[in-house]
Design a protein around this ligand. Structure first.
Ligand code: NAP
Length: 270
């Protein structure tokens, strides 16, 4: 029996990528998981099916977090799925790199727009999903959370490395401000709030380009101390620890989970 056996969790953006791995890991730890998704119902159903076939429990909940009114839908579905049980764990995992309302930018993975190319609309939409939604999902989730709850926000190594994702990096900087302040506010309820900052993680839509460009995987792996790309399960393992009773004395912290990305300058020619 694990420390998290029988707990409940909401993992946002759990239909794919890192969120899916977090949902699967928590379910393997015995947690009953609400698998949140935005658009891709089939992908969320695949996550739920993978959890159930491994003997775990999960249910899907939908809400487009770029849209006003999404929170009402999300929490109606969540509360129906929880059927009167409290929410023990919230993982704010959803994050977008480009304007989610610009299909062309999303399709061409145009994440590297310079400052002159970023429109006010794109900037606002990135902040809406990455910051505003995480804030108000947390506000609503706290109404369902009892003593000893756990909140984990997923940020990024881009807050300490000048990767060319300016509005995205600024949004993650804002998100990182949540944990220490909220941890202090919620400590009297025994609730911990922490942030994980992944590095470059494979098996995610944003990094599919790595496999299309000769030498890119090796080049990026060479930027990490551990000499490989991150895997979604690497991040999920850190979430599993932070939500467990073993991490009861850790709160308000930022945990880098990047394999030691950019600990040293990249040598010329890499
Ligand atoms: N991948 C990396 O290398 C990396 C590195 C550092 C940090 N991160 C952070 O890790 C987190 C997960 O990233 P990822 O690369 O695994 O993401 P991903 O593969 O692109 O998956 C995104 C997830 O978020 C959901 N989503 C996107 N926009 C949404 C919206 N407007 N409303 C509701 N749901 C929405 C998607 O749902 P649908 O399937 O329905 O679209 C999907 O479940 C993000 O916060 C990201 O910033 C990732």
């Amino acid at each position: 029996m694990t420390h998290t056996e029988g707990k409940t969790a909401l993992v946002t953006g759990a239909s794919r990528g890192i969120g899916r791995a977090i949902a699967r890991r928590l379910a393997a730890d015995g947690v009953w998981v609400a698998v949140h998704y935005g658009q891709r119902k089939e992908a969320a159903e695949e996550t739920v099916a993978a959890i159930e076939s491994a003997g775990g429990s999960a249910f899907p909940v939908r809400a487009d977090l770029a849209t006003d009114g999404a929170l009402d839908t999300l929490f109606v579905e969540l509360e129906a799925g929880l059927a009167g049980r409290p929410l023990d764990i919230l993982v704010n995992n959803v994050g977008v790199y480009a304007d989610p309302d610009d299909p062309a930018a999303m399709a061409r993975d145009d994440y590297v727009a310079g400052i002159s190319e970023v429109t006010p609309e794109a900037f606002d939409r990135i902040f809406t999903v990455n910051v505003r939604a995480a804030f108000f999902v947390t506000q609503r989730a706290l109404r369902l959370m009892g003593e000893g709850g756990r909140i984990v926000n997923i940020s990024s190594a881009v807050t300490r490395i000048a990767w060319p994702l300016l509005p995205y990096a600024m949004s993650k900087g804002a998100l990182e401000m949540m944990a220490p302040r909220l941890a202090n506010e919620l400590g009297s309820r025994g609730i911990t709030v922490n942030t994980i900052a992944p590095g470059i993680t494979d098996d995610t839509q944003v990094n599919s380009w790595l496999h299309d460009m000769p030498g890119a995987v090796e080049g990026v792996a060479g930027m990490t101390a551990l000499r490989r790309l991150g895997r979604p399960a690497d991040i999920a393992a850190v979430v599993s620890f932070l939500v467990s009773d073993e991490a009861r004395w850790v709160t308000g912290q930022l945990v880098d989970a990047s394999g030691g990305l950019a600990l040293a300058p990249t040598p010329p020619g890499m």
